[in-house]
Design a binder for this molecule. Sequence first.
Ligand code: HH2
Length: 283
Amino acid sequence: MAEALTRLAARLPPWAGLAPERPAVMGVLNLTPDSFSDGGLLASADAAIAAGRAMLREGADIIDIGGESTRPGAQVVAPEEEQRRILPTIRALAAEGALISVDTRNAATMAAALAAGAKIVNDISALTHDPAAPALVAERGCPVVLMHMRGTPATMQEMAGYGDVLAEVRSELAVRLAAAEAAGIPRSRIVLDPGFGFAKKRAHNQALLQRLPELLSLGCRLLVGLSRKSFIGALSDSATPADRLGGSLAAGLYALTRGASILRVHDVAATVQAVRVWQALAG
Ligand code: HH2
């Protein structure tokens, strides 16, 4: 069963030049003072560049660079400040050949990051936050991650009400997918993400992960961001984000058996090792 799902994901169109037959690991580089698990750790561009290089050495396929936290209730950051935080690091790592995604909701930041050498846009609002974003992504021809959420980071947890969570997330993602295609972004350039922890309670996250294969029928590869999230903490009784490595690895490998292609993680070395062993045994 797990092998069949993995083969199904491997048959989807290749994305962003990544090898289609093996799962990819996206390392998270948060250049923010307030991210939920690693805020404030990378206060200078030099520290961020060094952390990005370490992730590449550890085997990350993509480095996801963001300058605005999206945890519940996080401070909104102006695009100018967001760019000030991330552009020097994007420029330096892209010049060294890294595949960079920019984690932003703002079209001006997407444009500046792509000009600095980023190749992928990762938008937690699925190109709804900024009306200029769909046309920009279509025109630049870059791969894009469309994530499911409701509301904004400030309001999302009040909107975590579902009857059938999988059916509702699936149909809301289908709407975002159709809008992106209507704007001129081909489906083959789109990866979908159910948005774990975004307008979801623990039971919703768990059901979505267990029923992940049902999202594959949308015809896109799936990315999952489970790393260190609070529902991993709740399932494993581990209080702080930094204590959630074991649970994050278990959930990530489980997601691969449910058809995910890309894992967005904070702990690159441990994840790459786990994925390699999992693939040698199951893949
Ligand atoms: N999760 C976070 C941020 N961006 N992007 C995608 N595609 N999927 C996710 O699950 C996702 C994401 C939140 O995690 P993190 O970046 O560690 O925290 P913060 O938003 O506090 O910076």
